[in-house]
Design a protein around this ligand. Structure first.
Ligand code: VGL
Ligand code: ZN
Length: 214
């Protein structure tokens, strides 16, 4: 492999069964993630995880805005979906999924700490005002190729992939390692289309392993 990293997006309890913002079949991404962690670890390649990591009064929380969850509004001038309280710093909901092989992860990048702005992407907040440190970390290691999966397809995976492409990474997305919120039923399918149109290559795990000597 060229300098490649596996990037695991928000594989946290709150996006899985029983979580505050549970994504349908969110848990099914963990087994796919673990298989790829083993491949990257065996090759000495980096494995990076992002976490959604909000303060208890985050401005994206419907409760804070006295709005209904899953409706739309505006936060500091940006269109914003209001979410149930989720991924509150240090809570169990914010922890990585217990079955995820977290021993195989080299670094965790947190995002969404600023209460005034949401941060779907692992690279920037939604206004592209601040960076998380992910791009610096990858650049310092000459990593140019990312294999991305996680939660949720239509929010954090999508915006992480689009920013990665803007930053000129080569991006493979493992589609069966992603699941979406689907506020409207087609959202995940549309998100995959947007990622592919922007230059990402979509693979199932099986196809990726076959074409990358897994
Ligand atoms: C996410 C909604 C709100 C995600 C994070 O990880 O996709 N979605 N915060
Ligand atoms: Zn969030």
């Amino acid at each position: 492999m060229k300098q490649s990293a596996l990037l695991l997006v928000d594989l946290q309890n709150d996006f899985c069964a029983g979580g505050a913002l549970a994504v349908p079949q969110g848990d099914s991404t963990v087994d796919i993630a673990n298989q790829l962690i083993a491949v990257f670890n065996a090759r000495g390649a980096a494995v990076v995880a992002t976490r959604d990591w909000h303060p208890a009064d985050h401005g994206s929380f419907a409760r804070v805005q006295q709005a209904q969850p899953y409706t739309q509004g505006t936060l500091d001038g940006l269109a914003q979906t209001w979410w149930p309280d989720h991924c509150v710093q240090h809570s169990n909901g914010a922890a990585l999924h217990p079955l995820l092989d977290s021993q195989g992860i080299c670094v965790i990048m947190d995002k969404g700490q600023d209460p005034r702005i949401d941060s779907y992407s692992g690279f920037f907040d939604n206004g592209h005002r601040q960076q998380t440190g992910l791009h610096d970390w990858l650049s310092q290691r000459q990593i140019t190729h990312l294999v991305i999966l996680g939660l949720a397809t239509d929010y954090c995976v999508k915006f992480t992939v689009l920013d990665a492409l803007d930053l000129h990474y080569q991006v493979d997305v493992i589609t069966d390692g992603c699941r979406g919120v689907n506020i409207t039923p087609q959202d995940s399918a549309l998100a995959f289309q947007d990622m592919a149109a922007a230059g990402a290559t979509l693979y199932t795990l099986t196809d990726w392993l076959e074409s990358h000597g897994g």
